[in-house]
Design a binder for this molecule. Structure first.
Ligand code: LMR
Length: 333
């Protein structure tokens, strides 16, 4: 008997029709950035590996660029089962567990190596574990990069930020960060940012260069100050009920696809941000300013008090754990 016929007989015997027996499991993966970003590319990579490894038993549908849900809506959509997978930026998780806002603290990570010590170790696992009671399983951390400030006004010194209306993600730490330099924080979802900048609803923003370039913010921001004052990355998450309901072999194959996609994401993130910076400079619509060591230290001095201000919210023990892991020193010059 041909294999498809055998399947049909088995399926009918099990009381379901052939179409259902062949129907793949659909995994909807929604995100808010362009396809040509670290997250967008890693999502495509995951799709390919997931469909290959499961030999078509899983079909991954990707909805980029907030086409399905924006960042204000997507967590609830996941919890309700309207999508199965997301990779929101870590700044969106404070609404579920304030501990996640630790990633928003200015200057807490100098580079990807320090960050990785946290996300790949017990602290990273413990944080993802906090999502379980919310019906969410955390699978991985994906990088984007380090944020820089941009505005239409000249940005060279801390004082230049004073009085500017700056778009932020929905995080109390980012709110405190902007207030610490006398700016006025304004929460907007990512899909609204470019238009708000163009219309002058806000004066500036902060983002890794890959987001800045792929949203064409360089066309509506005259100044980019390469401060690299904070980190922006993602937690890849799934609806827990969906994940636990998968056949064991399928789940293991998807875990492998996620492991490979994570390695890929974290390999390309820096390259993409560097390449996009070169494109911003080539477009010559934005003046890119690299602060001197002294100028960057002055910004650090202005922003580090935010750590103490937010430590009760984040948890002192967690913060100390991270300081120990990365050798961060609040008192450094
Ligand atoms: C933002 O809102 O600026 C970012 O979180 C967008 C993203 O997902 O990278």
């Amino acid at each position: 008997m041909r294999r498809s016929l055998v399947l049909a007989v088995v399926a009918l015997a099990a009381g379901c029709n052939v179409a259902e027996a062949h129907r793949p499991i659909v995994l909807r993966f929604s995100h808010v950035v362009a396809v040509d970003t670290p997250k967008g590319q890693a999502a495509e990579y995951f799709k390919k590996r997931a469909e290959d490894l499961t030999r078509g038993r899983v079909r991954v549908e990707i909805y980029p660029n907030s086409t399905l849900y924006n960042d204000r809506e997507e967590l609830e959509a996941l919890q309700l089962g309207a999508v199965e997978m997301l990779a929101p930026s870590l700044s969106n998780f404070g609404a579920l567990a304030t501990e996640f806002e630790v990633f928003d603290l200015p200057f807490i990570f100098d580079d990807y190596v320090e960050l990785r010590k946290v996300t790949d170790g017990p602290i990273g696992a413990r944080l993802l574990g906090l999502l379980e009671s919310k019906g969410i399983r955390g699978l991985a951390y994906w990088d984007n990069g380090f944020k820089s400030f941009s505005a239409n006004q000249l940005l060279r010194r801390v004082e230049d930020l004073r009085g500017l209306r700056m778009r932020i993600q929905p995080s109390k730490v980012l709110d405190a960060q902007m207030r610490a330099v006398g700016a006025l924080p304004c929460v907007l979802s990512f899909a609204e940012v470019r238009e708000a900048l163009q219309a002058g609803v806000v004066d500036g923003t902060e983002n890794p260069i890959s987001n800045f370039y792929t949203q064409r913010m360089h066309e509506v921001q005259k100044h980019l100050w390469l401060t690299r004052h904070g980190y922006l990355g993602y937690a890849v998450i799934v609806n827990k009920r969906f994940w636990e309901g998968l056949p064991g072999d399928v789940r293991r194959e998807l875990e492998e696809a996620m492991r490979e996609a994570t390695e890929y994401a974290n390999r390309i993130a820096k390259e993409k941000n560097d390449a996009d910076l070169a494109k911003v400079e080539a477009a010559a619509t934005t003046e890119v300013y690299r602060p001197t060591r002294e100028e960057r230290l002055a910004l650090r001095r202005a922003l580090v008090p935010v750590h103490q201000q937010c430590e009760d919210r984040i948890g002192k023990a967690l913060l100390q754990d991270i300081y120990r892991t990365t050798s961060f020193d609040r008192g450094a010059p």
